[in-house]
Design a protein around this ligand. Structure first.
Ligand SMILES: *Cc1c(COP(=O)(O)O)cnc(C)c1O
Length: 394
């Protein structure tokens, strides 16, 4: 048991969080996650997962995992560097490299671990990181763990990026521009064409975290492919946890760079990798994403349909260009009320409020998948209409 004063201290801290409304109410899933999911005993239309291609419960991933469990058992034993790789890992790394169209690739326990491990491995004292202001928290943590300096540019603003590059040009050993490929709260796409051009001009390196772009943009290849600039991105980071329906992180680059990161990334060296079953499922997921273009087409058809529906109802979907479609409310209380009404009507959404997004941009973030039916989307839109009217939002 914790000491009395320790317990009291954190009880008071927790109370502050409760009072500020910064506590997550975590729901109980009672079966697989999918376009529909059973939560707390009721069936919901799921609009809050990154399961874009509906692969999280795909029978082929499950079968690959089960076969791997039978052959390799469950646990990995120790960190991969010490205990050894499951033999399937060489194939997974090859598949990632094929997917990212890079010479080589490295797989991490999670996407978070990929960023917090790779960024400090790539840059050092005397370097500077130039980072989009809305980059994912795992990038921010990776930057904090590195010994490089950082400078932030305005969200997707090429003029400001150029300005910042001009300021730091020739003052540091190396410059690393880091950006999300697709931004997770607004669903907008980083202007990688302009960013890579500026990188050429200022001799900078480019690192793209494509967690929400993979499987979605560029025929599934991601945001660099969407712009045709795959060759101008030095570090292709991604995750298996979104469109690929699994778990684990990845980074693709040239062979020597990958071997260097492998030997320097502390989150790879000091944290045990996922079980062999996950290696097998991830191989299968990549194969599906690289071949089943129909899923991606369906995802986009659903995305267009749902975005148009919300727009026509009068909701503010902001700058969405992808299957991430926010309904921006701009008020914490109203956002929470709307989320609760939708939830009560069987639509699984959660309020996204400060500090996850800036004050005044509180929202519900909808994420559409290839597995939703038109009926699912219509039901969700009609719930939005009812709740939006009753709260005076539309
Ligand atoms: C989800 C996400 C991550 C973290 O990936 P995990 O595999 O869930 O750890 C990293 N970067 C971005 C942009 C993300 O959206």
């Amino acid at each position: 048991m914790a000491r009395g004063w320790v317990r009291d201290y954190y009880a008071a801290k927790l109370k502050e969080l409760v009072e500020r409304g910064e506590i997550w109410e975590i729901r109980r899933l009672m079966g697989p996650t999918g376009p529909r999911a059973v939560v707390e005993g009721r069936e919901f239309i799921m609009l809050s997962t990154n399961n874009y291609l509906n692969l999280a419960n795909d029978p082929r991933l499950k079968r690959a995992a089960i076969e791997a469990i039978e052959k390799y058992g469950w646990g990995p034993g120790a960190v991969w560097a010490i205990a050894g790789y499951p033999e399937l890992m060489a194939e997974l790394e090859r598949k990632v490299a094929e997917f990212k169209r890079t010479e080589a690739a490295l797989v991490f326990p999670t996407g978070y671990a990929t960023n917090v491990g790779s960024i400090p491995a790539i840059v050092d004292q005397g370097d500077i990181i130039v980072s989009d202001e809305l980059n994912h928290g795992s990038i921010i943590d990776g930057i904090r763990l590195s010994r490089a300096e950082k400078i932030i540019y305005k969200h997707c603003d090429l003029a400001d990026l150029e300005d910042k590059l001009r300021q730091v040009h020739k003052k540091y050993n190396k410059i690393l521009i880091i950006t999300d490929g697709v931004f997770s709260m607004d669903g907008d796409i980083a202007p990688l064409d302009g960013i890579t051009k500026l990188a050429d001009e200022f001799n900078a390196m480019v690192y793209v975290d494509d967690a929400h772009g993979e499987g979605v943009l560029g025929e599934g290849r991601g945001s660099p492919a969407h712009y045709g600039v795959e060759d101008k991105v030095d570090f292709h980071m991604g995750t298996f946890s979104k469109a690929l329906g699994s778990t684990g992180g990845m980074i693709g680059s040239d062979r020597d760079i990958i071997e260097y990161i492998r030997n320097r990334a502390r989150s790879w060296l000091l944290s045990t990798g996922f079980p062999p079953a996950v290696v097998a499922a991830n191989i299968k997921a990549l194969e599906i994403v690289m071949t089943e273009k129909e899923r991606i087409r369906k995802l986009w058809e659903n995305r267009e349909y749902f975005k148009k529906g919300l727009d026509e109802l009068g909701f503010n979907t902001g700058k969405s260009q992808t299957p991430i479609i926010p309904a921006i409310i701009g008020d914490t209380k109203k956002t929470r009320e709307l989320a609760k009404m939708l939830y009560d009507m069987g639509i699984f959404v959660v309020p996204i409020v400060y500090p996850m997004v800036a004050r005044g941009t509180e929202r519900i973030r909808n994420e559409v998948s290839a597995g939703h039916t038109k009926e699912d989307l219509d039901r969700a839109l009609s719930a939005y209409e009812k709740a939006g009217r009753s709260l005076g939002i539309i």
